[in-house]
Ligand binder design. Structure first.
Ligand code: DLL
Length: 433
């Protein structure tokens, strides 16, 4: 039977949700206008004043916020409360430019943890469960967010953080972990290590996994489900809005329910900023409806996806977002063609390879080149060059069909591509260096 952490709100009628959203939005707009001078200035530059904001529909009058604003206002420029009222900071895992630093009051943290608790219960978790949190702890939001959610549900929480993979497996087995939380690439690595240790999925008590923080394909989901013997659930979020738990999958697994009582979602055309109707693909934009310390209105996520309000069999009424295809800034433009790493992953996994690959883009004689290094699995490993060549050609064909452009495939030895304990780095774009 479907389980809910806050059934009343998770299954509220559309009218009820809209009423909550409007009330919270008007309060939040007032908070931002009064307490965040950086945003007030942006509103004024667009000719908007607080008196223009009378209903939720007026949200379209407000300017967007982007990562550039966060960088410009770093570190305190977007704070909505006195620093002494904040109890925590978290930061993005980005490796380039200035980090994004987000602030939380205690109430912000409570609401964030409730969102994560909803995700855990949607994956079947209860206070009978043992939840192993193998996301990184620290500035990254994955560990702290799911740790808090797990406590709220009342699970016995094992805060292993990421790394030391054999110990992770030992804890799962010895302490009877039933739910595993980590990135999908780390889940795949844990599965691979288990196999190497000669363990089968039947030997571990895990029943569900809550995996997110990076784009992952349906094919990868099936692989992980098989190697760990679990049902794998997707979870989405970003530091700027709190962390994991902005949206999550339920038992139906037909998209992730956005916690609409906390986050108002829009889809826009990334080029024009025009708001698109439901069902159209575009960039996700979120308004944080009740975060006090870091109240972002109309924040452009750069994640490309689609929203749907079709009825969900789980009983939840909150809008669902499809798996993000990847970030608009992950999208590669190769010889003028748009390529998402997730498309390449789909072809590899459909051809029996694991998600251990690297995409290398370069520019030679003014022409873009696309190389995909793909690891052979131990079962398919061969040193027969003719056989390797034939397989490379087959994969290359598959990629051409999917992407519409030619890619050079290089099959490499098992275990030669570095594994990830957090977010996997799949793309090396030498053109930017
Ligand atoms: O990745 C928060 C998180 C932690 C989500 C644990 C889920 C689980 P950031 O480091 O700020 O926060 O990165 C946010 O990661 O804009 C997406 O591009 C990507 N992302 C997050 N979840 C998913 C997902 C955390 N389920 C950025 N599918 C977001 C695809 C995801 N991409």
């Amino acid at each position: 039977m479907e389980k809910y952490y806050q059934k009343e709100i998770e299954c509220a009628t559309r009218d009820e949700i809209l009423k909550i959203q409007e009330e919270k939005f008007l309060k939040q707009a007032e908070h931002v206008w009064n307490d965040v001078p950086y945003c007030r200035k942006k509103w004024e530059e667009k000719g908007v004043s607080l008196s223009d904001i009378k209903s939720l529909d007026d949200i379209s009058k407000l300017p967007f916020l982007s990562k550039d604003d966060l960088r410009e206002a770093y570190p305190y420029g977007l704070l909505g409360v006195p620093l002494k009222d904040c109890v925590r900071i978290q930061s993005t895992s980005g490796t380039t430019g200035k980090r994004v630093v987000a602030f939380y009051t205690q109430e912000d943290i409570d609401l964030w943890e409730e969102c994560c608790a909803r995700a855990i219960m949607a994956a079947g978790g209860t206070d009978e469960d043992v939840c192993q949190v193998s996301y990184g702890y620290g500035l990254f939001t994955g560990g702290p967010g799911l740790n808090g959610g797990s406590h709220k549900v009342g699970c016995l929480t094992i805060p292993t953080s990421s790394g030391n993979t054999q110990r992770q497996i030992m804890f799962i087995k010895d302490l009877n972990a039933t739910i595993l939380c980590c990135t999908p690439s780390y889940a795949a690595y844990i599965g691979e290590t288990m196999k190497e240790m000669g363990m089968s999925p039947e030997e571990i008590p895990l029943k569900a996994g809550i995996f997110g923080a990076e784009a992952w394909s349906e094919e990868m989901r099936h692989d992980i489900e098989k190697t760990l013997g679990i049902k794998a659930y997707d979870i989405y979020g970003l530091t700027e809005l709190s962390g994991p738990g902005v949206s999550f999958e339920c038992s139906a697994q037909t998209g992730m329910h956005i916690n609409e009582d906390h986050f108002y979602a829009e889809i826009i055309d990334p080029d024009t900023g025009e708001v698109l109707p439901e069902g159209e693909e575009g960039e996700l934009v979120f308004t944080s409806l009740d975060k006090k310390a870091f109240p972002l209105l109309r924040y452009r996520t750069r994640d490309i996806c689609v929203l749907t309000r079709e009825k969900c069999s789980c009983g939840r009424t909150h809008v669902r977002m499809r798996k993000p295809k990847g970030r608009s800034d992950d999208m590669l433009i190769i010889r003028g063609v748009n390529v998402f790493p997730s498309q390449i992953e789909t072809v590899l996994l459909n051809n029996g390879y694991a998600a251990n690959y690297q995409i290398i883009v370069d520019r030679v004689n003014n022409t873009d080149t696309l190389d995909v290094n793909v690891e052979m699995t131990p079962e398919m490993f061969t040193d027969n060059l003719g056989e390797i060549d034939a397989r490379q050609k087959r994969l290359s064909e598959g990629l051409k069909n999917m992407l519409g452009i030619k890619a050079k495939v290089n099959l490499v030895a098992p275990k030669s591509i570095t594994r990830s304990e957090g977010k996997a780095v799949r793309v090396i774009d030498k053109r930017k260096i």
